[in-house]
Design a binder for this molecule. Sequence first.
Ligand code: MTE
Ligand code: HPA
Ligand code: MOS
Length: 778
Amino acid sequence: MSSVGTNIPHDSAVGHVSGGSVYIDDMAPLRGELIVDFVWSPVAHGRIRGIDFGDAASFGHLFTYRDLHHNLFGAIIQDEFLLAEDVVSFIGHPIVVIAAESRALIRKAKAAIKLDIEELEPVFTIDEAKRRRLFIGKTMTIKRGDVDAAFASARNIHEGTFINGGQDHFYLESQAALAVPGEFDQLTVHSSTQNPSEVQDVIAHLLGLPINKVTVVTKRMGGGFGGKECQATHPAAIAALVAHKLKRPARIAYSKDDDMCVTGGRHPFQNDYRVAFDDDGVITAAQIDFFSDGGAFADLSTSVLGRALTHADNAYYLPNALIRGTVCRTNLPPNTAFRGFGGPQGIATIENILEEIAVLLKLDPLEVRRRNCYGIDDRNITPYGQVVRNNHLPQLFDEIAERGEYSSRLAEVRQCNATSRTHLRGIACTAVKFGISFNTKFLNQANALVNVYLDGSVQVSTGATEMGQGVNTKIRQIVADEFGIDAERVLLMPTSTEKNNNTSATAASSGADLNGSAAADACRKIRARMAAVAAEYFERAGCGEASADDVVFENGEVFDRRKPDPRVAFAALVKMCHLERVSVGERGFYSTQGLDWDVDKGCGAPFLYFTQGVAISEVEIDRFTGMMRVRRCDLLMDIGKPINPGIDRGQITGAFIQGMGWLTNEELRRDAKGNVLSHSPTTYKIPNIQDVPPVFNVDWIDAENPLNIRSSKAVGEPPLVLAISVWMAVKNALSFLTNGEIPKLHAPATGEEILTRMTSYRHAQHGGDAREVAAPQL
Ligand code: MTE
Ligand code: HPA
Ligand code: MOS
């Protein structure tokens, strides 16, 4: 029986619940190991006039940018100084690296160091950056049709601004690395990274070493969520600097609070839109200007912006579109990849537009969405020119309306809002169409190493990193399936740049797609050689002429399809191959075919396929406090044929709840100087078990995806976007208070945000009488 499609347990499941899983800071201390930390800028923008080290050197070893071979780096634009030179650009910018025998000594060294910094005026907002024209990279544009003409002849025009906040990754394992020096300037760095090859590259570059002297190993992360796609590099490079200079092992592990202060998160966006539509709510033109807060350095911001722009259509056909985007440079920690990678911000903007069109026209928002939804045979080309194939969105909308009992619940919500003095309800349906592939073509490749051992057990190494998402387990299933053996016989090895070179980050939800395909490629090459040996054996065994093409690998056995007797055990065939001096180890490679994307022109087909879904969410708000509860969520997706349905269910559930956190409770607050106030779980509220909707139906349709390995679809990020339905349900609830006006609502819709909005509508309704209580007129 094939293990693909079954729920074998996650390969770390037992380790995670028993404490057996090893993270960087769980690794036993090495002889001579030093603890590493750094002094960072306490001001958001300033010029370093001087550093008084006092007697800090008596407590530990100190390093500054002068100790680096290069200091400047960056994944796309090389604008980032690992250690500040004369200018500091955000609170948290590392200045002095300290390596010491104990944390106590590090604290003493830190206390001894006095920074003399002349404060410069910081920029904290998108508006301010726009005013001062502080941007990162170029403005990007996607354009189709004649937007001006469409607006000139429009029946209705509406405009507004969509604003969303950032989000902290809140992985449970903070950024961490352990660098171990080897012979002749070689280094082995254990890094909690999604991107071992980039960590390797950057360390080599900053230390002036050839790349082959640096090996980066990643066993697992305690969560990454995009936060370790680029920003695991900093701690790894800092530890590597110490190990390289002192020839002693060096370990760094950020505290939770430090991590929340110094690393970037999801990009806040502020998007101006103008939309033209007919009286049925069908969009005829849309113009959207995206502005993201990139923070102090480029990081992945331009690429994140690109994904926002290519998701500004989401599930909806925009016949005429002008979509532009610009990254603003501010004095905040550089923002970076975060589950969805700009897609959620793009999608939230258009979903908000559709909701507002429905309010203006007094139409049902779900009906407006259906009318604008991409068609199957026509109205199926995105603004950037990619045809939307295998479009299941119309079917998904129909099915979710049914399964989510949309009409009857909408009526209930109306009824409830008309009668309840204490509570206000809202309901909304939103969709996701998420493009799968890195939006940078060359990243869509992977290699794998498969070694089969004499007892028939198998080791697999790929560039994929395990961060909890289950990529190891999926690849294990694919490899087991290729060899027709039990998944128990297959082991995924720690990711290492020694075994897999020049790999892409495990990101863009495509870890299993790319690395699973590369592993399958290696398996097929091995299997072909094994089949030839098997065919010879069957011939010798007197079965007549046998052909390798007819050899089948199934249930741990190998046989000729035409004459299933005799059979040989997989392990026995491996031994046979070895005696015949036939190799049972192989490297595989995969690159996604058919991609074509011109980022400068904003056109092409950047994605191999789209993962799709819809959700209906219902919320209830306390009219007196603004406190919001999610009553019920129904999710329906097209994720192809899951390789491991249990893991995919976990991904959908987790992503949705993480998206809910972004859009409801998680609010980053800073003081006027830019210090993060929400730097721990006491002040930054991620969803907990009580926030999970009491009714939470997660399902997917039966659909094929012949474009991808085993007909599966990427699932890691897309469902996060469905949480927009929760935010939209809040907006829907507020629309019961506004007398047909569009309710204003920013994301996140925290209790405070909701209460403020409700209060303003009440005042508007009641002539600003502050004594008026929350209850509506019955
Ligand atoms: N799931 C868990 N448990 N932990 C994570 O850090 N990261 C998400 C998603 N699911 C993440 C996760 C992100 S941002 C991405 S891009 C994908 O997993 C990456 O893995 P994949 O490509 O193997 O799906
Ligand atoms: N997703 C995640 N990471 C990336 C991407 C993407 O689309 N493009 C480049 N890095
Ligand atoms: Mo995920 S944001 O692509 O790491």
